[in-house]
Write a protein that binds this ligand. Structure first.
Ligand code: GLN
Length: 288
């Protein structure tokens, strides 16, 4: 006997996948289902609502099922769709780069504020650990500047280069493969140093969401020690670089005290923490 082939309309498939994702404990299951479907159909979210009754073709259905399976396996949505939004721009992402976080936008805002306040006309910036390039690209898309953006990972730099091209910032940013701990001897000559370093302590990795600990690049998350190694190295370099160095660094959740005691140990008195939208101390400005 021939079984009637079930037709799946947009409304049906969304309901079922929302339920499956919810049962797996995935946050915002409906939004995840909708965004994966938009990605499959290459359409806007609003269009889903207008086409609720529209049946999916077999190939759309197959394609969507693969994506939902990946998400049920806890792979981050952005790696499945291959893109992430940050500072109003779109960035390609894959597992060789950290997914840009909304709180990191504060680092971009504070960098732009600093440049504006000091009336720097064509500032020279160094970004340490550029990853997807999101921070440098967001800054370069807003102002005239020259940025050296470095990363230890060649795979990450390839993604960053593509992102710089799609966001039209290539003349302003030079990407280089460099290891902060071996290849950078001085911070002199830059108006501002910026970094969102791997600040998670090795022993905190196990407690992270599966999406993060099982899929994002470990080297972008942790220094394999206490989460402070990058701050130590940047402070040391600044101390031995000629002139005054201005540095803006992202700080991890609840890490203010630890970072502050590192500053006191180094007798650094010119510093300020800025809070993000969730009132967490998120960005640190240092003048060394
Ligand atoms: N600069 C990138 C970001 O903020 C990568 C940071 C990192 O890999 N630690 O997303």
């Amino acid at each position: 006997m021939n079984e009637a082939v079930k037709t799946w309309r947009i409304i049906d498939i969304l309901k079922v996948s929302e339920k499956l994702l919810g049962e797996k404990g995935i946050d915002s299951p409906r939004l995840n289902a909708e965004l994966l479907l938009c990605n499959t159909l290459n359409s806007e979210r609003m269009k889903l609502y207008l086409d609720f009754e529209k049946p999916l073709t077999q190939s759309e259905l197959d394609n969507y099922r693969i994506k939902i399976k990946r998400r049920l396996n806890r792979e981050p949505l952005q790696y499945i769709t291959g893109s992430a939004g940050f500072y109003g721009l779109s960035f390609e992402v894959n597992p060789s780069v950290l997914i840009p976080r909304p709180e990191t936008e504060l680092l971009v805002e504070k960098s732009l504020d600093f440049i504006k306040k000091r009336r720097l006309e064509n500032p020279k910036l160094l970004e340490i650990g550029t990853g997807s390039g999101c921070i440098s690209i967001a800054i370069a898309s807003s102002i005239t500047c020259e940025i050296d953006a470095v990363d230890i990972s060649n795979d990450a730099l390839m993604v960053a280069q593509i992102n710089s091209e799609t966001n039209n910032t290539t003349p302003k940013i030079t990407f280089r493969n460099k290891d902060l701990f071996n290849d950078i001897q001085s911070l002199a000559g830059y108006d501002l140093i910026i970094s969102n370093p791997p600040y998670i302590a090795l022993d905190e990795i196990q407690g992270l969401q599966e999406e993060v600990k099982d899929f994002e690049p470990l080297g972008a998350l942790t220094d394999n020690k206490d989460g402070l190694e990058f701050y130590r190295k940047i402070i040391e370099l600044a101390k031995y670089s000629d002139g005054i160095t201005n540095i803006l660094l992202e700080v991890g959740d609840g890490k203010k005290e630890e970072v502050e005691s590192l500053l006191h140990k180094n007798k650094i008195t010119k510093y300020e923490f800025y809070k993000d939208l969730l009132k967490t101390d998120r960005v640190l400005h240092l003048e060394i």
